[in-house]
Design a protein around this ligand. Structure first.
Ligand SMILES: C[C@H](O)[C@H](C)C(=O)SCCNC(=O)CCNC(=O)[C@H](O)C(C)(C)COP(=O)([O-])OP(=O)([O-])OC[C@H]1O[C@@H](n2cnc3c(N)ncnc32)[C@H](O)[C@@H]1OP(=O)([O-])[O-]
Length: 715
């Protein structure tokens, strides 16, 4: 709703009230219509201020209402009536003015923002476009190029940038409403025609066609199949080429193509999933709102390889003092140089001073005696990690949290090396750790809820999207990824090529196909793990291992030193070691033909659909096993992990959301089909949870958490 009061004698104050972000729900829109009328009819009122309660102007349209049939006054005429008002309307912007919230402010005649406010039109991140006049008013106010940037990226701008762009008229460090009231008093009675943005001509652009061609090409490339960014360009083009009213019709047309699209549903699901994972719970029943994190004032990182360096930099950038320990002096010096550069580059990008003094460097583990939390990031070897945890348990003060950055080793085995296994959790970062948003917080059977709460809170402080998951081999992300990469190798055996598989995966929306990704991260990483598991045996090319199908293709390439980009040869050819541009390699195609001949395999034509089904459905099936095992609490956890850690296209929601979009029955039927064709691949057998969900009518993904909870409570 919206509240009305008259203050300072002649200023009508309208306050939006819909916590926590004053979203423009039906009740708020009705409240605005009623209070604007009241203010305009109140003879004592000479000007009006619109603000939001609790220091937030407005987070935009109420996304939760999108699933329901729309009720209440529509936004466009509501904003139009504010723009047409005969008394100055001043928006007092605190906290956020986003989407419909900024569109409401653009309908006002003046905008006053607090210096900490954030403004933007992020509708594209929800699979939509600014559909309450934003795509027509913003270009008229700030020009086409700047509007195109904000609307196609959805990025938020600071109040300072908004002032520089001309979106706001004034920025204040003080009470925003007071500043807005003072401003409203000063403009009372002044003519308003020149303040009605929709009447502005759109600033002329010299070569309009060239600009839009260039932007459209860039947007198509970065969109990777997303449709909303393209519609955003088309809407702004309407603003640049059509009169306002016709432009608004075009905006409406384009929005209609997006509003009910699968991509919009996927992106809005993802928006809420990101918030749902913060509300974590463990199988023991411990939850985010019943577990108190321990205070963390000083942290440590042990092991300054690529991951350790990124983690330490991210911690320092979050304002924490970090003690780093690296046993090898040469590695320590090199790390210091590299990390200082990373801090300087990061600070330059953010326009702040580099927090170089936040990090101290040492080769002595005794220097960790007074830290509150340690993140171990040494080489991915269990014996080495065990030694480190034994040392840490002896050196660190009682109550210190011991966290491991392992990407899949048994966290509980490491906990066994310590005096307090309840204080041990996994904090699995993704490379580069100071850039990637995702953090898997891994709890073992003895990890305390307090330890999980502390790691989750630290993740939030570092600006990460943290997901709490149970301890198992590969946790959630890597456990599912193994099946995806394995199926891709099986497809090569059956007739596909790396180029063909990668093209299908990239056209689906992944930034990089499975074989290009393998070449980037290095084939030798996986090979070492397979050798440790006694799966990869040099010279051994049998295709059945431990009673099930196995593809030795990756091992055979590694035996020839083809580790990928780092050696200039892998699944692809590179002009020189370290190069990033992959070239199709005739040698590999010939190697595959020989391999098939050697194993009596006959290549067959494999189409895009089969590639996607064979690579994605087993991964999804494993996702159901992870839910069934209680390793992840809900589908949102898995989907957020894949979108923010593994490049799953956000406009496809994530593996589990995608399965619900494709239809669980179809996924089940295809898995049964492939299991029949490949009985030597046991994990193709559909998971019983998947069967169960189909049996109860394939409820929407948002309902699965409840179904799983009931299932577990019956067990
Ligand atoms: C016509 C028009 O053109 C179109 C079509 C539109 O306008 S489309 C809409 C465009 N607007 C947006 O894209 C902005 C979306 N929101 C945000 O970016 C952020 O929320 C925030 C504003 C920067 C605050 O961040 P925060 O970190 O302080 O809190 P939070 O945890 O994120 O959010 C706190 C709680 O508020 C909920 N919430 C936030 N914004 C919401 C919204 N617009 N609608 C409904 N719920 C919303 C959120 O789910 C969470 O709920 P719960 O988990 O507590 O149950």
């Amino acid at each position: 709703m919206a509240q009305y009061s008259r203050i300072s004698g002649s200023v009508g104050l309208i306050t939006l009230k819909n916590p926590p972000v004053n979203a423009l729900s039906a009740a708020v829109r009705q409240g605005i219509v009623d209070t604007v009328e009241k203010a305009l009819c109140d003879p004592q009122v000479k000007s009006v201020v619109i603000c939001g309660q609790d220091g937030v102007f407005c987070g935009g349209a109420d996304v939760k209402e999108f699933e329901k049939s729309m009720s209440g006054p529509p936004l466009i005429p509501m904003i139009h009536s504010i723009e047409c008002a005969t008394k100055p309307m001043v928006a007092a912007i605190e906290g956020s003015a986003l989407g419909g919230g900024l569109e409401l402010a653009l309908g006002c005649h003046y905008r006053i923002a607090h210096s900490k406010a954030r403004l933007g039109l992020p509708e594209v991140t929800l699979g939509l476009l600014p559909a309450a006049g934003g795509s027509q008013r913003l270009p008229r106010l700030i020009g086409v190029p700047a509007a195109l940037d904000l609307i196609t990226t959805g990025r938020h701008v600071t109040a300072a940038e908004a002032l520089q762009l001309g979106i706001v008229d004034q920025v204040t460090d003080h009470k925003t409403v007071d500043a807005a009231v003072k401003f409203a008093l000063s403009v009372a009675g002044k003519p308003l025609d020149a303040r009605r943005i929709s009447t502005y001509p759109c600033p002329v652009v010299t070569d309009l066609d060239a600009l839009f061609e260039d932007v459209m090409q860039k947007v198509r490339q970065s969109a990777r199949g997303a449709i909303a960014p393209i519609a955003c360009v088309q809407a702004v083009r309407a603003a640049a080429t059509l009169p306002y009213t016709r432009g608004m019709e075009r905006e409406k047309e384009l929005m209609a193509t997006l509003f009910t699209s699968g991509q919009a549903r996927a992106l809005q699901y993802n928006f809420f999933a990101q918030r749902a994972v913060g509300k974590w719970r463990m199988p023991s029943g411990a939850r985010w709102d019943t577990s108190t994190p321990r205070p963390v004032h000083k942290v440590a990182v042990i092991g300054l390889g690529t991951m350790g360096r990124g983690i330490a930099v991210a911690l320092a950038q979050a304002g924490l003092p970090v003690v780093t320990v690296e046993a090898q002096e040469k590695q320590l010096m090199e790390a210091k140089r590299v990390m200082s550069d990373m801090l300087k580059r990061g600070a330059k990008r953010r326009g702040v001073a580099p927090p170089l003094d936040k990090i101290s460097y040492s080769s002595n583990i005794q220097d960790l005696a007074d830290v509150d939390l340690v993140i171990e990031a040494v080489f991915e070897d269990m014996d080495l990690k065990k030694k480190v945890f034994l040392q840490l348990s002896a050196v660190c003060k009682p109550g210190t949290l011991l966290c491991t950055n392992t990407s899949g080793l048994d966290v509980d085995q490491l906990a066994s090396q310590t005096r307090n296994p309840e204080l041990v959790v996994g904090m699995h970062f993704f490379a580069p750790a100071h850039v990637m948003k995702l953090l898997e917080v891994v709890y073992g059977p003895r990890s305390s809820p307090q330890a999980v709460a502390t790691a989750m809170q630290l993740g939030k402080k570092m600006g990460k999207i943290s997901v709490a998951v149970g301890n198992c081999r590969g946790f959630v992300g890597n456990r599912m990824l193994k099946l995806y990469t394995e199926q891709a190798s099986f497809l090569l055996e059956e007739g596909a090529t790396p180029d063909l598989v990668d093209r299908a995966i990239e056209e689906f929306g992944f930034p990089m196909g499975v074989f290009r990704m393998s070449d980037l991260s290095g084939l030798d990483i996986g090979w070492r793990v397979r050798k440790e598991m006694k799966l990869a045996v040099p010279g051994q090319s049998a295709r059945i291992r431990e009673g099930r199908r196995y593809s030795p293709l990756g091992d055979l390439l590694c035996e020839q030193g083809r580790f990928g980009q780092k050696t200039g040869r892998g699944w692809y050819r590179y002009n020189k070691p370290g190069d990033r541009v992959a070239h199709s390699d005739p040698w590999l195609h010939h190697f595959l033909e020989e391999y098939r001949a050697q194993h009596g395999l006959v290549a067959r034509r494999i189409d895009q659909q089969e590639i996607l089904e064979r690579c994605l459905y087993p991964m999804i099936n494993e996702g159901f096993r992870i839910l069934q095992d209680g390793i992840a609490a809900g589908p949102e956890d898995i989907d957020v992990i894949y979108v923010f850690g593994y490049g799953w296209p956000r406009h496809c929601g994530g593996p589990m959301f995608y399965a619900s979009m494709v239809g669980l029955e179809k996924v089940l039927e295809r898995l049964e089909h492939y299991y029949q064709a490949h009985p030597d691949v046991p994990y193709l057998q559909p998971c019983s949870l998947l069967r169960r969900l189909v049996a109860i009518g394939s409820p929407p993904v948002q309902k699965w958490r409840e179904v799983i909870k009931n299932l577990h409570s019956q067990l």
